[in-house]
Design a protein around this ligand. Structure first.
Ligand code: ADP
Ligand code: MG
Length: 321
């Protein structure tokens, strides 16, 4: 296929998936030199971009559908962590060969998520080269409401959505040639867009977990100039991880990446807000620790003992049952 045929296929498939295209705020979409978008009065534009390279950000045998899904999911997760409403996306594709079937599945995966969140694909770039997908997501937020990393305060509780460590565990099983029980956690993360919106203007600090809980918590703590205590027995685990011994499970939960859950801090009077969020969003929200004035992150094992994940070699994922 020629480049323009590919672009046309992507355009037709993605616009067919969006029922309410006229409400999409797109004055000029795919087909001109650049898109022209309408940011509603009283909102700020929020922009995020992420690249996925084959063999690095996803296993080379990942189905095209899942690559299309995931490139949007990881960017919507960034918008969610800012408390933004996703609106538009730009897609840069580098493809080894221009296969119509591959593009069809890729676009189906992309559209399945774009449709759910009302995201319009408004432009991009298509080149030949090693498989690589770069997506830019644009969203909107009310001025002053964007959630940032630098707003955690001593006394806040630390909350995480969903479960953590499951994607890293699935990847480790895959790499070890074992049966993977929860591959959806790796290939189809659920961006927590509704949660981010509910937290905007209320939560203190927020980040999405892409590099692992400890690493991303570290970003919040440094930006906010404070520390935290984590209670290991409160870390939420997926079903497949229940079979792991405590220490192995903690290692995945603390250091695994690709969770795309939201990690946020709430002021001490948080109980009614948490109960309301759980009820309205039907989502698992776990209080896993507390923000403290003393810098650094301290982990408590069940029974109150201090646990040092660095000394325990958390970066190694050798133990795969
Ligand atoms: P230009 O040479 O002016 O950059 P292109 O020929 O690269 O234009 O692209 C033509 C149109 O198709 C542009 O509107 C561009 O945004 C869009 N486009 C190109 N590739 C993609 C893609 N992978 N996904 C969505 N839109 C694309
Ligand atoms: Mg171009």
């Amino acid at each position: 296929m020629k480049e323009f045929q590919l672009i046309r296929q992507i355009q037709q498939q993605t616009s067919a998936a969006l029922a309410n295209a006229s409400d999409a705020g797109v004055s000029v979409g795919i087909g001109d030199d650049a898109a022209v978008l309408e940011v509603p009065a009283g909102y700020q534009l929020v922009a995020a971009t992420d690249t996925l390279n084959a063999g690095i950000h996803f296993p080379t045998d990942t189905p095209a559908f899942d690559i299309g899904y995931k490139c949007l999911a990881v960017n919507l997760s960034d918008l969610a962590a800012m408390g933004a409403v996703p609106r538009w996306a730009l897609l840069s594709l580098s493809l080894p060969q221009a296969g119509s079937d591959w593009v069809q599945s890729f676009t189906d995966g992309f559209s399945s998520l774009a449709q759910r969140h009302g995201v319009s694909l408004v432009g991009g770039d298509t080149t030949s080269g090693p498989l690589s997908v770069s997506l830019t997501a644009l969203g909107i937020v009310e001025p002053g409401k964007a959630l940032q990393r630098n707003a955690a305060k001593a006394g806040d509780v630390l909350v995480v959505s969903g479960t953590v460590g499951g994607a890293a565990y699935a990847l480790a099983q895959l790499q070890a040639g074992k049966a993977v029980q929860e591959r959806h956690l790796l290939d189809r993360p659920q961006p927590r867009v509704r949660l981010g919106r509910a937290l905007a203007g209320f939560a203190h600090a927020c980040i999405d977990i892409s590099d692992g809980l400890l690493a991303d918590l570290g970003h919040v703590l440094r930006a906010s100039a404070c520390g935290a205590r984590l209670e290991l027995d409160k870390l939420p685990a997926s079903d497949a991880m229940a079979q792991l011994d405590d220490e192995t499970r903690w290692n995945y939960q603390l250091a695994g990446g690709d969770d795309y859950e939201l990690l946020f801090t709430l002021p001490p009077q948080h109980e009614s807000m948490l109960a309301k969020l759980r009820r309205q969003l039907d989502i698992r929200l776990s209080v896993i620790g507390e923000i403290e004035a003393q810098e650094g992150c301290r982990c408590t094992a069940p029974g109150g003992m201090d646990y040092d994940p660095v000394k325990s070699g958390y970066e190694h994922f050798q133990q795969i049952p």
